[in-house]
Design a protein around this ligand. Structure first.
Ligand code: 5GP
Length: 179
């Protein structure tokens, strides 16, 4: 497995290996399995970044699941509402459902905090969030993450679904920008 990669002219070095990622994904799958026993939660996976994490995570949750993929896009609201997040692709009625939102990375928390509000407005029975990565130093929109894979420093990362200008999502490990 490559220790270093160059993407769009920038150098990245390995930060989380394939073994470390899979070990942690397995732990998260076990926790979710224990916490949702007897239920059929809905997995709401946020595209594009969470596609690989979701594919691995759901194979480690030993429960029946509904799995949906959504896309979030930011747009300017009125001057009083500021930026808003639009949710595209949500087809299932979430009323009385146990929703698990799956994200790749929480940086400022802006995207997720807005998305959670939208999901809660649909009267689900419960909402929990799982994020593979979290940058605690960057959080400026507080949002409680129920299951965190790894807390990481405020550096740019790619691989395992995460891109740099749409390049690098297919890399099996997570790489960090070399300053
Ligand atoms: P937030 O709204 O929390 O500031 O940003 C979340 C989104 O920003 C993520 O879903 C991801 O698309 C992008 N992002 C934030 N940090 C990184 C990073 O280090 N690497 C990559 N590839 N994307 C990031």
């Amino acid at each position: 497995m490559k220790e270093e990669v160059t993407v769009n002219g920038k150098d990245f070095s390995v930060y989380l290996t394939k073994e470390e990622i899979i070990g942690r994904v397995w732990d998260l799958g076990q926790q979710i399995t224990n916490d949702y026993r007897g239920k059929t939660p809905i997995i709401l996976s946020v595209l594009n970044g969470a596609f690989i994490f979701t594919a691995d995570l759901v194979r480690h949750i030993e429960l029946p699941l509904n799995i949906e993929f959504v896309r979030l896009s930011s747009y300017e609201g009125t001057s009083s509402t500021g930026k808003l997040t639009e949710v595209l692709g949500l087809k299932t009625d979430l009323e009385n459902q146990d929703v698990i939102i799956v994200e790749d990375i929480v940086d400022t928390g802006f995207t997720l905090s807005n998305f959670v509000k939208t999901v809660k407005s649909k009267n689900p029975n419960s909402v929990k969030i799982v994020s593979l990565l979290r940058k605690p130093e960057a959080i400026s929109f507080p949002v409680e993450i129920d299951y965190v894979g790894f807390d990481i420093p405020n550096d740019f990362v790619l691989g395992y679904g995460l891109d740099y200008d749409e390049v690098g999502r297919e890399l099996p490990q997570i790489y960090k920008l070399v300053e």
